[in-house]
Design a protein around this ligand. Structure first.
Ligand code: CP
Length: 310
């Protein structure tokens, strides 16, 4: 049985197959309408979510399956002290596959170790968010045509942003990548990431100014300052509007640069950017449904069996 804890759980070749499947789903949705009939997805969210939970649920419903779960730890028996290990043992009796989000780093791994069904990490603390990474990679591959030889700028909260950590890990396996980390000192990328890049001889820079960096980028990955992971509100207020991408600043960027954001956004991208053709963050959220459909099929061993009703 296979789980997804980290984007590196899939080889580059396996990711290619997953993205081919996601693109086929995008263009031939009716073909997949009954592939998961009779199957159930449990979404166990101990932290708030709009995109991840609802796109997982939309994905399973698009595949003809059903969904159950909770969207708040307080409405589950976690509020009475039930452990993640016991919870997943119970969920394994009710569902065929489970997506779990938890504020504690490593909680989905604990779930996977005690589970009778495939478990997907839907975000664990400031650690990893592998299905957001699959979404980001599919967006870049679909809109740029390739995942190698790109200069990517990651901007904002690079310290607490789990989507950033997962994405750098995943992109570091492709040739010719160059990373530019754009953040204030307090929100710098963690040392373990820069050490990994140095070990692999992958070029990176750390800068503070966004405007000067824009002309060199193929991809700009904007992020929100993660209020929920700050220890004090004063620091959050001081840093929250450090970067605001607007139409005027975007004039410095190449005509074919893509602006991605895992969302939700707060102020870091002005709404006047939304109608720029380079702003693809809402399209990115749509790719999140296709890739989660492909992931569910793959983990349930149903990829390539779209004509079969379960
Ligand atoms: N990108 C993302 O994880 O969004 P949600 O927190 O709304 O799921």
């Amino acid at each position: 049985m296979r789980h997804l804890m980290n984007p590196l759980d899939f080889t580059v070749e396996e990711l290619d197959s997953l993205f081919d499947l996601a693109n086929d789903i995008e263009h031939n949705m009716p073909k997949y309408a009954h592939t998961c009939a009779g199957k159930k997805l449990a979404t166990c969210f101990y932290e708030p979510s709009t995109r991840t939970r609802l796109s997982f649920e939309a994905a399973m419903l698009n595949l003809g399956g059903s969904v159950l779960g909770f969207s708040d730890a307080n409405s589950s028996s976690a509020s009475k002290g039930e452990s993640v290990a016991d919870t997943i043992r119970i969920i394994s009796c009710y569902a065929d596959i489970c997506a779990i989000r938890h504020p504690k780093e490593g909680a989905p791994l604990v779930a996977a170790e005690h589970s009778g069904i495939p478990v997907i990490n839907a975000g664990d603390g400031g650690h990893q968010h592998p299905t957001q990474t699959l979404t980001d990679l599919l967006t870049i591959r679909s809109l740029r045509g390739h995942l190698d030889h790109l200069t990517i700028g990651l901007c904002g909260d690079l310290k607490f942003g789990r989507t950033v950590h997962s994405l750098i890990n995943a992109l570091s396996r492709y040739e010719g990548m160059r990373f530019i980390f754009i953040s204030p000192d307090e929100l710098r990328i963690p040392d373990y990431i820069t050490e990994m890049l140095r070990d692999k001889n992958i070029p990176y820079e750390e800068v503070i100014r966004l405007e000067d960096t824009l002309p060199r980028l193929d991809i700009l990955y904007m992020t929100r300052v993660q209020r929920e992971r700050f220890f004090n509100e004063e620091d959050y207020i001081r840093l929250k509007d450090f970067y605001i991408l607007n139409k005027k600043k975007l004039r410095h960027a190449p005509a074919d640069m893509l602006v991605l954001h895992p969302l939700p956004r707060v102020n870091e991208i002005s709404v006047d950017v939304d109608d720029d053709p380079r702003a693809v963050y809402f399209k990115q959220a749509q790719y999140g449904v296709y890739v989660r459909m492909a992931l569910i099929l793959t983990l349930l061993g149903l990829a390539g069996k779209e004509e079969t009703k379960c």
